[in-house]
Design a protein around this ligand. Structure first.
Ligand code: ZN
Length: 170
């Protein structure tokens, strides 16, 4: 498929994108960083791939881990000199999580984030309407502002009585 002549730039960046599928969110291992929508760009500087990412939220220790994983995955594929560049603008929002990622979150028992406009309500102290990932009931209540990690809130479903995490990153 790869033609020797012209070293197909798009083919090479496609290969990098495919490799990045193996890099998972350290906090939610069912999500790849592509699902999270944090990969802004993949390019080549000569033979050195450069991956541009936008952190999910500032101060998230997981981001250093993600950067290390990207370099590790690329190194295993023979790209010992890969680079990861972080771009902070525009800021990441949960709207960038793709549909597949939202489905995976539900299957994992985490309510996917509501849209950005809903999330902003949280900033003003109003809890958004959160759907139970198990039974889809909206009759839910926030038990704690902090779930299993700082970016998740602990909720409880009043219909099926199951507690669940709500991914509240904005
Ligand atoms: Zn429920």
């Amino acid at each position: 498929m790869v033609s020797a002549a012209g070293a197909q730039t798009s083919g090479r960046t496609d290969e990098i994108h495919a490799l990045l599928e193996d890099v998972k969110d350290p906090e939610i291992p069912v999500l790849s960083i592509r699902n999270l929508g944090i990969i802004r760009d993949v390019s080549f500087d000569g033979d050195v791939p450069e991956v541009v990412i936008t952190p999910t939220y500032s101060g998230c220790p997981a981001m250093n881990l993600i950067e290390a994983q990207i370099l590790e995955v690329l190194k295993r594929a023979g790209y010992g000199e890969a680079r990861v560049r972080t771009v902070l603008s525009p800021p990441w929002t949960t709207d960038w999580i793709d549909e597949e990622g939202r489905d995976k979150l539900r299957a994992y028992g985490i309510a996917p984030p509501e849209t950005a406009s809903t999330s902003k309500l949280v900033l003003f102290g109003e809890a958004p309407e959160v759907k139970c990932p198990r039974c889809a009931s909206t009759d839910t209540e926030q038990v704690s502002e902090f779930g299993s990690t700082a970016c998740k809130a602990l909720y409880k479903c009043r219909s099926c009585l199951e507690p669940f995490d709500y991914f509240k990153c904005i």
